[in-house]
Design a protein around this ligand. Structure first.
Ligand code: UDP
Length: 395
C-alpha cells in the first residue's frame, strides 16, 4: 500500500517528473530482453542506474551511452537456475539473499525497481523484504515448464502476487501464461516492445546490395533468420525447409549466446549435407540488423516454442520485407495472416517450405505483405506509443 502511495505522489509532483528507476537484470548478454531494456534505460538516462548480475556486452553498451551501470556478480550456478529444479534452487538461496542486499543498498535513492528478468525479479522481491522501494516485474518470458522448473515458477508467482506493484508483460500470450500459472490478473499490464523505425527506413538498397556482394549472393532468393542459435529458435527447421528449394540461399544471423554449442555443431552437420552446401551463410552476432534485413527477400521466424513477443518479426516488417512466422505465442499478435505476414505451424518445415515457395513465385503477394506489415509495425509498435504505455504502467 505504502509502495503505491509513493509512486502516486511522484505523479502529483508534476507530469513531467520521471521516477528514478533502478533497472535490474541478471544477464549482460544482448538477447531480445536486454535490447528492449537498453531502449528503455536510454530514455531514463543518467537519473537512473542499471544493476547487472554478470558482466558482458550490455554493460559495455550502457557505459558507452553514459548510463550508470554496476555489477553485483552472481555465481554461474545461480545464473543458470532456470529449468533446473528444487535442490539447486534451494542451494542458491543464500546467494539470492546476498544479491537482494546489494539491490537494497543500491536502491536507496531510487523510487522504483524495474526487474527485467525472472531472476532479477525474485531477487528484487526479496530486497523489498529488506526495505527497498517497490518493484515492477517486466515479464518477457512465457512461464512454461519448457523454460522454468515448477519450483522456479511457483516461487516467482508467489513473490509477484505478494510483492510486485505491477507485472508488465510483453504480449497477451505472456500475460495469459502468468495468470494461468497462478499470477493475479489485476497486476498485469500489457506493454508491447517498441521500435525506432528510422534505422530500418534509412538502411539503403545500396548497403543491402553491398552485403549481398560481400557474401557472393547474387540473383537468388535470400531468406534471413535473425536469432540467437538455440534449439527452440528452430534454425534446423529452416535448414530442412530449404533442402527442397535448391535456388534459395539463407543467412543465419546470431550466435549461441547461452552456450548452445552442441546445437551449433548439429546445425553445421546439417548445413554440410550435399543439398545445402554453399547455400547457408553464417554471419554470427551482428549489430547492423536493418541493412541485413534489407538484403533479404524474405524474413523468417522459426521458433518451435511459443515466442513471448518476437522482436525480429516487427523488425522484418519495419524493413519492409515479407515475414513468415511460427504461429504461436506473441507472433499471433504481430501478424495478421495473409495481410501483414504469413504463418506456419511451429516445427512444420514442410509448411514453412510451402510459404517460402509461395512468396518466391508470387512477388506481388510479397510486396503487399511487406507494405501492410510495415504499416502495422509503425502504427502499433512505434517507440513513442510504447513508451507512453510503459509510463502509464509504472504510474
Ligand atoms: N539480434 C541482433 N544481432 C543478431 C541477432 C539478433 O541484434 O546477430 C537482435 C534482433 O534484431 C532482435 C533480438 O536480437 O532485436 C532478438 O529478439 P527476439 O525477441 O526475436 O528473441 P529473444 O532473443 O528475445 O529470444
Amino acid at each position: 500500500m505504502t509502495q503505491n502511495i509513493k509512486i502516486g505522489s511522484l505523479q502529483k509532483q508534476g507530469a513531467k517528473k520521471q521516477p528514478k528507476i533502478l533497472f535490474v537484470d541478471h544477464t549482460a548478454v544482448l538477447g531480445g530482453a536486454e535490447l528492449s531494456l537498453l531502449d528503455l534505460v536510454t530514455v531514463y538516462g543518467n537519473q537512473s542506474e542499471v544493476l547487472l548480475f554478470s558482466d558482458g556486452a550490455l554493460k559495455k553498451t550502457l557505459a558507452s551511452r553514459g548510463i550508470p551501470v554496476a555489477i553485483a556478480k552472481a555465481s554461474s550456478e545461480t545464473l543458470n537456475l532456470r529449468s533446473s529444479g528444487g535442490i539447486k534452487a534451494i542451494k542458491s538461496l543464500p546467494e539470492l539473499w546476498w544479491l537482494a542486499g546489494q539491490i537494497r543498498q543500491k536502491a536507496q535513492n531510487f523510487d522504483l525497481i524495474h526487474a527485467n528478468s525472472q531472476k532479477a525479479f525474485v531477487t528484487a522481491a526479496l530486497a523489498t523484504l529488506r526495505g527497498s522501494p517497490p518493484v515492477v516485474w517486466h515479464l518477457r518470458d512465457i512461464l512454461t515448464a519448457r523454460h522454468f522448473s515448477r519450483l522456479n515458477r511457483s516461487i516467482a508467482i508467489f513473490l509477484a502476487n505478494q510483492f510486485a506493484t505491477r507485472v508488465i508483460v510483453n504480449s497477451q500470450a505472456t500475460g495469459k501464461a502468468f495468470v494461468a500459472a497462478g499470477g493475479k490478473p489485476e497486476l498485469v499490464r500489457v506493454v508491447y516492445n517498441g521500435f525506432h523505425s528510422e534505422p530500418f527506413e534509412t538502411a539503403s538498397l545500396e548497403q543491402a546490395q553491398k552485403i549481398r556482394t560481400q557474401l557472393n549472393i547474387h540473383d537468388v532468393p535470400l531468406v534471413g533468420l535473425f536469432s540467437r542459435l538455440s534449439p527452440w529458435k528452430g534454425q534446423h527447421i529452416l535448414l530442412s525447409a530449404i533442402k527442397q528449394l535448391p535456388q534459395v540461399h539463407i543467412i543465419l544471423v546470431g550466435d549461441a549466446l547461452f552456450g548452445e554449442q552442441e546445437y551449433v555443431s548439429y546445425l553445421k552437420t546439417l548445413a554440410d549435407e550435399p543439398e545445402l552446401q554453399g547455400r547457408v551463410h553464417w554471419l554470427g552476432f551482428r549489430n547492423d540488423i536493418p541493412p541485413l534485413m534489407k538484403a533479404c527477400d524474405i524474413i523468417v521466424h522459426t521458433s518451435t516454442e511459443p515466442e513471448p513477443f518476437g522482436r525480429v518479426i516487427v523488425e522484418g516488417q519495419l524493413a519492409q520485407r515479407p515475414v513468415i512466422a511460427a504461429a504461436a505465442g506473441g507472433a499471433l499478435e504481430l501478424i495478421e495472416p495473409e495481410k501483414t505476414g504469413l504463418l506456419f505451424p511451429p516445427g512444420d518445415y514442410n509448411a514453412l517450405k510451402i510459404q517460402i515457395e509461395k512468396l518466391i513465385s508470387d512477388r506481388a503477394l510479397g510486396s503487399f505483405l511487406a507494405q501492410q506489415g510495415y504499416i502495422s509495425a509503425k502504427t502499433n509498435f512505434s517507440w513513442g506509443t510504447i513508451l507512453d504505455s510503459f509510463q502509464k504502467a509504472i504510474s
